[in-house]
Design a protein around this ligand. Structure first.
Ligand code: T46
Length: 133
């Protein structure tokens, strides 16, 4: 599956660490940063794919699971470290669940928000990826 765990450079210090994300950390130009927070533990986020958008997800605090599907395989990645990013390319279905109390999911994105880039129906996603190979 076309996903990757990226090591986010950190500056370690007895006073606390700094994680730094500049354009060379991700394989795209950063156009948007958003974050999910105050997510109830029972909530599911995501439930869609993107036609073009690439993103890197980082658990800035707490933990959550990312369930990924590419139409052939399913994989679940737990994010729980602020120095690890999950890179998700386009045409991958993602669902986010099991948010811990206080979890914050920061997302570094390759594009501005565009609702027409989303496929929010799983059957339509399966149909769409057939046309992409
Ligand atoms: C993704 C996961 C990880 C905006 O207006 N601008 C934005 O930048 C975003 C991200 C959302 N919105 C609006 C669109 C919806 O009306 O906020 C509402 C909730 O968005 P959505 O249901 O897409 O939220 P999530 O948490 O299910 O998905 C988001 C991202 O949309 C998505 O790209 O991969 O986080």
């Amino acid at each position: 599956m076309d996903i990757q765990i990226i090591d986010i450079p950190k500056i370690k210090n007895a006073r606390g660490n700094i994680g730094v994300i500049e354009n060379d950390v991700v394989p795209f130009e950063i156009k948007r940063v958003y974050y999910l927070y105050d997510v109830p533990s029972s909530a599911k986020r995501g439930g869609h794919s993107h036609k073009n958008l690439k993103q890197m997800l980082v658990a800035l605090s707490g933990s959550f699971d990312v369930v990924l599907k590419d139409g052939k395989k399913k994989q679940t990645i737990t994010l729980n470290k602020p120095d690890k990013g999950l890179l998700i390319t386009s045409n991958i279905w993602r669902e986010l669940e099991n948010f811990s109390s206080g979890a914050v999911c920061m997302v570094i994105a390759s594009e501005a928000y565009d609702e027409t880039d989303y496929i929010r129906d799983y059957k339509s996603f399966l149909e769409y990826i057939k046309t992409q190979s």
